[in-house]
Design a protein around this ligand. Sequence first.
Ligand SMILES: [Zn+2]
Length: 271
Amino acid sequence: MKITGKLKSLAGRCIPGRVAATVTIMKHYGHRFTCPCCQGTFRKLLTYGANARPNAKCPKCGSLARHRLTWLFLKNETGLFTDETSLLHFAPEEFFQKQFRLMTSLNYVSADLNAPSAMLKMDITDISFKDNVFDMILCSHVLEHVHDDRKAMSEMFRVLKPGGLLIAVVPIKREQTLEDTSATSPEERKRLFGQEDHVRRYGRDFAERLQQAGFSVKVIDYVAELGPELKDKYALENISIHCCTKPKSDCGVHAAERSQRHEKANRASEP
Ligand SMILES: [Zn+2]
């Protein structure tokens, strides 16, 4: 009786949410758009964001354009879906994490400073793994929230194996990165950096920061590579993917040099 009562109570809480989600999916069902993350097909996507972007969010899995593009890139252009891979995933998106955890070829770890859904609680500027352990790191829309992003980059470099790959995605809206450590209030950060919890607004020089951490960086306009038909089909936006390789020839030789550059960059950014 007790168990039945608990089940009834659980069902009472879950079913209305599930029914609402199913109704939303059915209302949007069609063949105009495909979500590569959940394979759903829709006549339209949900409107989303501060600017109320139409056809932005998948009604089934919640993916946005940047998620769909990253997913396609990972699937088509890397061995993540086919090869034995150790993957460290920062600030894991729920629908990515769900699928990654089912992939038997992946040795998967997700981490976040606060999110309870992550497998590990971890500071990206102080990664609790030894050197050279991961084949790949996925870090999307994280670094713009991190005060010492150069330390985060050098930590990711450290834990990647030589030849390992960091996939980094950040919002880029300008040429030169804008930082102002005196902007500490949510209002000021929103005004300067576009969001209350962002601590900088990256420019196209983001790639240089990654290079300074030791990475060999390719900035990939994957939407252009896919072409207009697929851009439309998957409801994509022009977003750069920074594909960063840790060179196979190490590393140790250059560590002191990188450390000096890091310190120099920090001094330069001090007010
Ligand atoms: Zn989806």
